[in-house]
Design a protein around this ligand. Structure first.
Ligand SMILES: Nc1ncnc2c1ncn2[C@@H]1O[C@H](COP(=O)(O)OP(=O)(O)OP(=O)(O)O)[C@@H](O)[C@H]1O
Ligand SMILES: [Mg+2]
Length: 321
C-alpha cells in the first residue's frame, strides 16, 4: 500500500526548474524559494545563513510547509517537486489516501510504516471532516516527533468563496497542536491550465465517442447512466473506477440535475484527473454541466476547479497518455 504513495504520473517530472512563476504574481517565485529553502536543510546546506537567501525570520526550523492557494496555481506541482528533492524514504499522497491507509492498517501500524521517512507529502489536506482532521493531526504529530517533515497543500473548503483566502487560517486552526510547526506559503495567480487559452472543453461528439477503440483502457458511458452509477458507489471507491483507465468516453453529456450529483461528479473528476485520463465527450460541453445556481453557491470553488480539470482532460492528446 505504501508503495503507491508516490506522485501521480502527470507529476513525475514536476520540478522547481520547470515551474514557471508568473511575473505578475510574485508569490509564485516566492513559493519556489520557500520550497527550495525547505528542501535545503536535507542537503546539509541550509540557506538561511546566506545574506540574500535568508528565510523569513522564525521560519527556518519548522518541520512543515503548507502551500495554500487557488486552483491551478501549481500547488501539487510544487509539492511533487519537494517530494523529488527529499532524500531516502518519502511518501506522496492525497489526504484521502493517507486516511485510507490508517483505516486499512490501523493507526499504530500506519505510524510504524511511515515513521522514519524524510517527507510525508499530503496533497489537498481536507478539513471537511473534523474526525479525519484530528486523526491526521495526531498522526502527523507523531511522525514529526520522529524527525519526519511534512509538506501539504490546501484543498478547496466548501465555503471559501472567491480567492479561498481563508483556507490557511482554517488549516492552522483545525490542526491544533501542529499549527506552529508549519510555514504557510500563499500562492496567488491564475489557473495555469488556462494560461494558454484552452478556455472551453472540447466536444468531440457522440460519433467520436462511439468510434473509440474497444480496449481495456477505454470506457464508454452514457452520461446520465454514469451519474446514476456514482450514487451507488462510495466516493472513496471512485479510485477503483478509474483503475487502468486511459480514455473515458462520455455520450450525451447534460447539465447535472442537482448539487448531490454535481459533488459526486466532482469527486470522480478528481480521480480521473489524478489518473490523467483523457476525456472524449459528446453533448453539452463539460465546462457547462454545473448550473449557474451551483456556480453561485458555496461550492463554487470546487466546481470551478472541476471545470478547469475537465477542460484540461478534454484537451489531452491521445499520444500524451
Ligand atoms: N507555474 C507553473 N509552471 C509550470 N507548470 C505549471 C505551473 N503551474 C501549474 N503548472 C502545471 O499545470 C497543471 C496544474 O497545476 P497543479 O495541478 O499543480 O495546480 P494545483 O494548484 O494543484 O491545482 P488544483 O487546485 O487543481 O489542485 C499541472 O500540470 C502543473 O504541472
Ligand atoms: Mg492540486
Amino acid at each position: 500500500m505504501a508503495a503507491s504513495l508516490v506522485p501521480p504520473r502527470q507529476f513525475a517530472d514536476a520540478r522547481l526548474e520547470n515551474y514557471r512563476p508568473d511575473p505578475e504574481h510574485p508569490s509564485q517565485a516566492d513559493a519556489v524559494e520557500a520550497v527550495r529553502a525547505f528542501a535545503a536543510s536535507w542537503s546539509g546546506r541550509p540557506r538561511s545563513g546566506g545574506l540574500f537567501r535568508r528565510a523569513p525570520k522564525g521560519q527556518e526550523q519548522r518541520p512543515g510547509l503548507y502551500l495554500d492557494g487557488g486552483f491551478g496555481v501549481g500547488k501539487t506541482h510544487l509539492l511533487a517537486a519537494l517530494w523529488h528533492l527529499a532524500p531516502g524514504r518519502k511518501y506522496f499522497g492525497t489526504f484521502i489516501e493517507y486516511t485510507a491507509l490508517v483505516g486499512a492498517l490501523g493507526y499504530a501500524e500506519a505510524v510504524r510504516l511511515l515513521s522514519g521517512a524524510s517527507l510525508i507529502a499530503i496533497d489537498e489536506f481536507e478539513l471537511d471532516d473534523p474526525g479525519d482532521t484530528m486523526l491526521m493531526s495526531r498522526f502527523l504529530g507523531e511522525l514529526v516527533a520522529g524527525g519526519t517533515r511534512i509538506g501539504a497543500t490546501s484543498n478547496t473548503p466548501p465555503n471559501a468563496l472567491g480567492e479561498g483566502r481563508f483556507a490557511a487560517a482554517d488549516f492552522l486552526r483545525e490542526i491544533q497542536g501542529l499549527a506552529d510547526r508549519f510555514t504557510t506559503v500563499r500562492i496567488g495567480g491564475l489557473d495555469y491550465r488556462r494560461r494558454d487559452a484552452a478556455e472551453s472543453a472540447v466536444v468531440a461528439g457522440d460519433a467520436a465517442v462511439e468510434a473509440l477503440p474497444d480496449d481495456p483502457g477505454t470506457t464508454v458511458d452514457e452520461f446520465d447512466a454514469l451519474i446514476a452509477h456514482l450514487a451507488t458507489v462510495h466516493p472513496a471507491r471512485y479510485v477503483g473506477l478509474v483503475d487502468g483507465l486511459r480514455t473515458a468516453g462520455l455520450l450525451d453529456v447534460r447539465a447535472l440535475p442537482g448539487q448531490t450529483e454535481a459533488l459526486r461528479f466532482v469527486a470522480l473528476v478528481d480521480r480521473l484527473y489524478d489518473a490523467q485520463v483523457r476525456i472524449v465527450a459528446g453533448g453539452l460541453p463539460l465546462d457547462r454541466v454545473f448550473g449557474e445556481d451551483m456556480l453561485a453557491g458555496g461550492y463554487r470553488k470546487k466546481y470551478l476547479r472541476a471545470i478547469s480539470r475537465l477542460v484540461a482532460m478534454t484537451h489531452a492528446a491521445p499520444e500524451s497518455i
